[in-house]
Design a protein. Sequence first.
Lengths: 344, 344, 333, 333
Amino acid sequence: MTATTKRSARTKRSREHPQRTPGPADGCELYRQMLRIRRFEEKCVELYSAEKIRGFMHLCIGEEAVAVGVMQALADDDAVVATYREHGQALARGMSMSTVLAEMFGRVTGCSRGRGGSMHLFDSSLRFYGGNAIVGGGLPLAVGFALAEKMRGSNRVTACVFGDGAVAEGEFHESANLAALWQLPIAFFCENNRYAMGTALEREHAQTDLALRAASYGMVAWSVDGMDVMPVADAARRAVELVRDNGGPCFVELHTYRFRAHSMYDPDRYRDKAEIAQWRTRDPLPALAHRLRADGALSDADLNRMETEIEAEITAAVEEAEAAPLEAVEDLTRFVYSDRGAQP
Amino acid sequence: MTATTKRSARTKRSREHPQRTPGPADGCELYRQMLRIRRFEEKCVELYSAEKIRGFMHLCIGEEAVAVGVMQALADDDAVVATYREHGQALARGMSMSTVLAEMFGRVTGCSRGRGGSMHLFDSSLRFYGGNAIVGGGLPLAVGFALAEKMRGSNRVTACVFGDGAVAEGEFHESANLAALWQLPIAFFCENNRYAMGTALEREHAQTDLALRAASYGMVAWSVDGMDVMPVADAARRAVELVRDNGGPCFVELHTYRFRAHSMYDPDRYRDKAEIAQWRTRDPLPALAHRLRADGALSDADLNRMETEIEAEITAAVEEAEAAPLEAVEDLTRFVYSDRGAQP
Amino acid sequence: MTAAPAVAELTYREAVRAALRDALSQDDRVFLMGEDVGRYGGCFAVSMGLLEEFGPERIRDTPLSESGFVGAGIGAALAGMRPIVEIMTVNFSLLALDQILNNAATLLHMSGGQLNVPLVIRMTTGAGRQLAAQHSHSLEGWYAHIPGLRVLAPATIADARGMLAPALDDPDPVLIFEHGSLYNVSDSIPDGTEAVDIASAAVRRPGTDVSIITYGGTLRTVLRAADELERQHVSAEVIDLRVLRPLDDATLVDSVTRTHRAVIVDEGWRSGSLSAEITARLVEQAFYELDAPIERVCAAEVPMPYARHLEQAALPRADSVVAAALRAVGGHA
Amino acid sequence: MTAAPAVAELTYREAVRAALRDALSQDDRVFLMGEDVGRYGGCFAVSMGLLEEFGPERIRDTPLSESGFVGAGIGAALAGMRPIVEIMTVNFSLLALDQILNNAATLLHMSGGQLNVPLVIRMTTGAGRQLAAQHSHSLEGWYAHIPGLRVLAPATIADARGMLAPALDDPDPVLIFEHGSLYNVSDSIPDGTEAVDIASAAVRRPGTDVSIITYGGTLRTVLRAADELERQHVSAEVIDLRVLRPLDDATLVDSVTRTHRAVIVDEGWRSGSLSAEITARLVEQAFYELDAPIERVCAAEVPMPYARHLEQAALPRADSVVAAALRAVGGHA
Ligand SMILES: Cc1ncc(C[n+]2csc(CCOP(=O)(O)OP(=O)(O)O)c2C)c(N)n1
Ligand SMILES: Cc1ncc(C[n+]2csc(CCOP(=O)(O)OP(=O)(O)O)c2C)c(N)n1
Ligand SMILES: [Mg+2]
Ligand SMILES: [Mg+2]
């Protein structure tokens, strides 16, 4: 099959494809999803201090607009490849709090049966190929997903989410070139939160305009305010449509900021308190809530209901996780190789 | 020491630095050097067929203008990092035919004591850190040489030569970013001969303007006709001066072509004969010879003298290599670790 | 070009090509991807002609981006394809090692069994052609350290022909190491498409006095040594590991239990080579059967030198295998 | 922050930092380069304060470019500097493996002795902190397969303090593996700047019945096991390898010649771990001294799981070491 017949096949099918454009009516839903992520991660902090959650845990508090705005643009059969900072994306993609929390508790009921933890959330039923803890390691995988879809002539899009630091890795370069060279249906979403651990953007990159860098591979690339979910959602939808209709890749840089330290291990000595305070004034949640109320789209009652529902979901998830069993130690080496039966 | 004091230190010293600008008078010398390389490699082909030379051998026949033009721009204490296609650069840098040929014969008198062969020519006395046979593998090394010089505040330049194929490797990306981010005194010379083995430029790169790609890292970058030694020599001189005076990196793309197959193993099925013939009309040697004679700078007598001298040098080198001893087998594992004495 | 099944005499190169052709013909999820597999015909001419037969989408030339295209193979496998990724030689696979170890070998377990990686990675391995230090590695035994991978080393034409199909059927990542010195070797095999198992070692020559265990590029050296030993009235049993991970301990222990002496021949650098793991397993599982120290004949611990006489001195040779076997049978008899 | 020489009690972290400070103060060719070594203070707070003391040129933060900055370290070493490159953890070193194996380890030989690479690479290694499959590798024994490298595994505060100086004096590349579980361990050492050798193994506890050989992160586990064994009237000699390449065979053989029994404890995956090479050497050099099969206690062959109970089950524990030692002394006595 030639690229052209594939391309047209894709375009044809993409017309039938259900588009889920978030209009103003969706503002409340987007807000609810961001709030759900925020409250969930605030709970995670508690649970980490209580040593219920261990290992490395990376929060996206402050970056919720990116997680929610990007995920809402994807169709159910699109694929997502993410990083270790993926709680928000996992929830926004539709994973339940209980499966995610149970995973962080190391329980067999967790999405990865307790083998992955916070950095390795996966749900193949949602095509969420999340948690990669090697910076840049997910990029070539995403190229492979997109290559498979192109070869099959499907109109599925692969969304690949990664940070500003990952752009310095050779794997970004190789993946961007392969995606553009082979015109693969992949949307690169770069969460530029201005830091790679303690290293500020201008000490990571000679050219800090990452969209400009991506454009040099010959793909459509632009930057968006990642602190406002509406432009993020809009940009993500346009990016996904572009990829779905044209088959080729595109790159969206989302300017955002993490309000918390890099991980629970990080004393956060390298950031100026004033800078953090400044970014906190751009918190995506209160800003959107204010606009929605001004538009009369969201009432105090609605807000309270959201909070209560989310709190209930969290409480239930914690209880479930607490009560959930552990994987049997005898099964330690299970899944190193497939039980031939389990083969797809 | 701060970058600024270093910068000024470098600029100061670079003024004292002997510049060796090739004027028209040098045309003959440049021609002689290209001829020397051409004849040497033609002999290597013979010797390879005679099985005196084994392993992989990559010729630069057709690319002599690049080797000669770039090397003449460097001062004695500058450093060169090259690839497995380095015979021409090694000779142009001042290595003797006998040390290079003895190496290819696997003799202990070879520059690398017969341990390296054609792909691994080294001469630390000439600061020629040549032969790297892992594509892209030399780029980070060159960054390190330049970093050392910057830290010492010297005004030495590191010249890094590599091919178009290497630009696709992650190591190119990481090295270009480091060089530009840290403003290191390195001149990248990309020998774009339009093929990486059997893979044509447009199947290697989404964006085939490699200078444009390099510019996206924020370094000065431009392209030159690599089939005419004069513009190459001029561009190389300007690149080296730029690096020496400003401390930062720059990138020169040299459009060239290999008249021969990739290596002696390559049946060269992937190139159109007409394309090869077309490029052969741009052979850097006859063109320059013609101009020099038109200018009266080069007479038939001169040409004959050159040929005779070069032939004599080749004959002597072959005889020496033939006669040279082999490394003692007992010394097989020598140089895996240093004899502590040999420590620099 | 038509190789196999009908063909009687087949080179190792033709055997691999025939296996590739079968796989590509029988399953349209299968594709071959790597540097110069298409227009060039493969660095070692293995895939010659396949581009013309299956087209550029399925015989896919890649840029020089080992980590990128190996990772892409993993992603395509996760997405339900059956990629065969060719890394031109093992020497370049180091650039892709993060993808192989941290993704291909790990994803199934890390995802609690959700994500299979049905990927086959082929690479040329080994020394002996004067390609010097950066082009002569034998790292297949080193790769056998990694849980989650199956590692194959076809040493015969039949295995070169037969191992690819079961490797593609395997739901988990399989690495196939083809020794560069074997491509021109030929042999006639019964029926080209006969599938082979990818779980067991094979006794290539039965014997009673000493077990010589090897794999891949050194099998032929060992068989030559066994002939010489026979002349010296020593009956050597020659075992071809075939599968470097998981190792088939039973066949090894069974042999040593009969011969009570073992020599392991491995082209890898001696320290930390697969020969060490085999020694350890024999000691653990057959200690009281051993009548002499286990002998190892490996590559010298040196970046491979270019000069022929040095390279030859660095590699396992028939005479050094014979000497080791004689030490084993002589020792403490 | 002022650590050592005067200080009596020192943590492993402080010991490494003090060694770095000495090196940076005494030789201006020395600099430290790696991800977050500067402003962040080092992923494990090892280099905390050094940026303020030595400035950003010599405490150099790098972008996420492992192959790039490790290769740059090699180049700077070739150019006469004495770089200390920190790879945050061994897990990320796979991205730099081509530079380490194909350049750092081979250039001296490949150039016929012309090019020394006086480079030190430090990395954190090991599991035990629930960091899961991609952040828990123990590959130091795997690196010990590579000719041209010296591989160190400081297991004590004194070695953490003393190994850096001789490593920097070495004209060849040296890898130093710091186990992540040791940074907070403290001990009082005589004189902080006392240089140690980087050639020999050390007997950490003398014994007569069984030799327990280990290194790095598992030394303390083994010493605990030795205490328990003593309670059970088994006298265990505990050997800390210290140097994983080149191995100090003499110390191992000497010990086993006295105890006639050996247990090797290695946090690496069992198959192809350093424990296999040590087994092979003991069999080659002390076969007739061995009264029982050599026991190995290694990590389970699994990508390290996150859940604490699974991770603990996968790692060598004191009780499994005790059990192995009892098997060894019980066996065939
Ligand atoms: C290859 C690799 N190197 C280093 C690390 C350690 N590390 C984990 S996250 C991180 C920073 C990544 O920054 P960025 O890509 O911007 O993502 P962010 O954490 O800001 O979301 C580093 C250095 C790693 N996990 N993988
Ligand atoms: C990392 C790596 N991958 C593959 C190879 C095999 N190989 C040797 S040269 C070459 C082509 C390189 O092309 P280019 O960089 O354009 O240099 P040229 O040979 O054209 O001068 C390839 C693929 C290698 N040596 N190293
Ligand atoms: Mg970031
Ligand atoms: Mg080229």
